[in-house]
Design a protein around this ligand. Structure first.
Ligand SMILES: C[S@@+](CC[C@H](N)C(=O)[O-])C[C@H]1O[C@@H](n2cnc3c(N)ncnc32)[C@H](O)[C@@H]1O
Length: 231
């Protein structure tokens, strides 16, 4: 019986299993979302995120994974007015590196060009997140200890997991916003929190048709492991 079940499970399309898994993860790992404040729009949620940074007049560092035409980054740069605020947007600018459900690789292509934002506080890193690791680390170091907000809007599991792991290296609590939570990003956040032993505290969400959290606001606290003793 067990063998027959294993035989059957091994033939299920991985994409479908992963899609179904996201709903189980949502309910069992992020049940707290059912009790956290609900916002009417993603802009209202972003406003709550700015509140967690200390308000729109405070300097902060905003890192966005997934920029496309810059709608969300433009909003954050317009809202956080402090001259010392910094914004970093990462994207291939040639679109999704792999298919995302019905959307083929290349969706969101902007001909390799970042959006035009006439704001000297904004920097873009073009290319795969995975190829911009060193450059991003340098920019993050330069920004010092500004309160940090990370906007995870890459849609894909692998991209989001990689980005979460990259930010984890900073070893400091920060504000995080997920833009397409139900699906790939749900699994990425659970696997990251498990694997890296990070704490995730849900602080707000925007519901899709009153059923599933589309955008999610949380704080993430990486685990502060002591350095290994020398020798
Ligand atoms: C939904 S769009 C971003 C939308 C944008 N934040 C907005 O609000 O208008 C997702 C973007 O993530 C980018 N992306 C996904 N995975 C990536 C990766 N591994 N490296 C670089 N860019 C990636 C895609 O190129 C795409 O432009």
């Amino acid at each position: 019986m067990k063998d027959a079940l294993k035989h059957l499970l091994a033939r299920l399309p991985v994409e479908d299993v992963e899609r179904a898994l996201a709903y189980a993860v949502l309910r069992q790992s992020f049940g707290a979302l059912a009790r956290c404040p609900r916002h009417a729009s993603r802009e209202e949620l972003w406003e709550a995120a700015v509140g967690l940074l200390g308000g729109p007049g405070r300097p902060a560092l905003v890192v966005e994974f997934g920029v496309h035409e810059g709608a969300s980054l433009r909003w954050f740069a317009g809202r956080l007015s402090h001259p010392d605020a910094r914004f970093v947007g990462l994207d291939t600018f040639t679109g999704l590196p792999e298919a995302w459900g019905a959307m083929p690789a290349g969706t969101f292509d902007t001909d390799g060009r970042p959006p035009r934002l006439e704001d000297p506080r904004v920097r873009f890193l073009a290319g795969l997140f995975q190829d911009n690791d060193a450059r991003l680390s340098r920019l993050l170091e330069e920004a010092g200890d500004l309160p940090l907000l990370v906007h995870y809007d890459a849609d894909l599991y692998a991209s989001t997991l990689f980005a979460l792991a990259l930010v984890d290296r900073l070893r400091r609590p920060y504000v995080a916003v997920f833009d397409e939570f139900t699906g790939h990003e749900t699994r990425a956040l659970r696997n990251y929190a498990q694997g890296w032993r990070a704490d995730v505290d849900c602080r707000g969400c925007v519901m899709w048709r009153d059923r599933w959290p589309a955008q999610v606001l949380c704080t993430i606290t990486p685990s502060f492991r002591p350095a290994a003793p020398a020798g």
